[in-house]
Design a binder for this molecule. Structure first.
Ligand code: THU
Length: 129
């Protein structure tokens, strides 16, 4: 699957965002090493703090399906925004080298990695005794 296809899948997931409070829809597409694709969108709640971001909803779907090795993540927003800090930390659990494509709804994107987005991170290796 190409980055462009991953971005397109994230854009599709974005159409299902539940965001009546912010009206800021986010879609994510997480590609597993075994070729499976997991989609996520932000899901807001009247109790605002319970909102889950698109990236984390894709990751929890993947892990629940048995996928923990990932080869690409696309995120689509109206303005091509980056991932929040919570999602960076959540995803870096599964590898810092993950390519991340931050995209606009037009399909235009920029490429980065989780390591670039979260330098000096704390991860599973820090817990080895
Ligand atoms: N949001 C995401 O889904 N991912 C991010 O990385 C940043 C923020 C969502 C949460 C909330 O529903 C809306 O965007 C506005 O913050």
């Amino acid at each position: 699957m190409t980055p462009e296809e991953l971005v397109e899948a994230a854009g599709d997931a974005r159409t299902r965002a539940y965001c009546p409070y912010s009206n800021y829809a986010v879609g994510a597409a997480l590609l597993a090493a075994d070729g499976r694709l997991f989609l996520g969108c932000n899901v807001e709640n009247a109790s605002f703090g319970l909102t889950i971001c698109a990236e984390r909803s894709a990751a929890v779907a993947a892990v629940a399906a048995g996928a923990t090795e990932f080869v690409g993540l696309a995120v689509v927003t109206a303005d091509g925004a980056s991932m929040c800090g919570a999602c960076r930390q959540f995803l870096i659990e599964f590898g810092a080298k993950l390519p991340v494509y931050l995209a606009l709804e037009t399909g235009e994107y920029r490429t980065t990695t989780l390591a670039e987005l979260l330098p000096g991170s704390f991860g599973p290796d820090d817990l080895v005794q």
